[in-house]
Design a protein around this ligand. Sequence first.
Ligand code: TXA
Ligand code: MG
Length: 347
Amino acid sequence: MNTKVWKVDKYVDNLESNPQLVDAAQLLRDNEVVALPTETVYGLGGNAFNDEAVEKIYAAKGRPGDNPLIIHIADREQLNDFVAEIPEKAEQLMNGFWPGPLTIILKMKQGVLSEKASAGLTTVGVRMPDHPVALALLKQCGLPIAAPSANSSGKPSPTTAQHVIDDLQGKIAGVLDGGPTGVGVESTVIDCTEAIPVILRPGGVTLEQLQEVIGEVKVDPALTDEAAKPKAPGMKYRHYAPNAPLYLVAGTKEFLQGLVDEKQQESLRVGVLTTEEHQTEYRADYVLACGKRSELESVAAALYDTLRQFNQSNVDVIFSEMFPSEGVGHAIMNRLLKAAGNKIISE
Ligand code: TXA
Ligand code: MG
């Protein structure tokens, strides 16, 4: 399949009538799948009403069929079609964070959306993305769009159109290139089907921000306890892994450097994931700065691109600094731990 690439300037007016966007929207209505930029990561979109379109999403990504898709909307009215009820706290979250990086799990009306999109669950995750290209595309096609991250299953999520092309060229109808995404980690997933909402996946909206709007918020125990079964099916999979084994290092720079030296003495090529503050302080084969430690948002924005860059460096092993698990650091550490298969070396 020939994958079209449309470059779209996200700052122009009247995006909805942009001919490339109209072309992409028509392909979505024809039940083809198209990658689109959002404020978090690129998504692989398809008509959420249609089994065939949804099957194409799973096939292109090589995604396990038991992992449900997030439904993207541009207008809250669309919820009436497929959501059974909207509790008060969900309403407050929509008022506070939409459009934005928050996916809300709600009870679903049965028999409306493609059953494959919900992977057999009775609930549905929905969000309104905060990206002009995504919103214009959703408005132009007039459909709820099922969209997982547009990477091959298991790879880091794509934060540029080039990442999508690297993974999915030839497997999807097109990519709308709206430039690099902003937040860099996926949306926060919060389950609002229980009296006290539960965070199933940390992401772009922080625990602290959620608490400010709705008060008490729980966190799925599986996020901290490896043995517990996560409530978001996707959270049980290893993800984001670079080709070389990755270890998180809990200790000083000197301790991390010692680990590098040891591996180099075994004639291995060693990579280090650090931040701009410490970039020049390590001696290794490949040192990458992932944003600035003093601004965790910049680390989130650069994280997936950094993990992908290690794959082009042919290092044998990677050591990474750790980050504080607060604010967006919660999502950063969650993704790094997955990428490392939970391997931590402590001083
Ligand atoms: O930022 C994002 O959320 C991006 C962009 C494209 O919107 N999308 C994304 O989708 O990250 P995906 O498919 O890569 O991750 C969706 C996560 C998975 O862990 C999935 O199991 C969970 O959300 N999920 C979806 N529907 C659910 C439901 N009804 N109940 C529990 N978890 C659900
Ligand atoms: Mg994903």
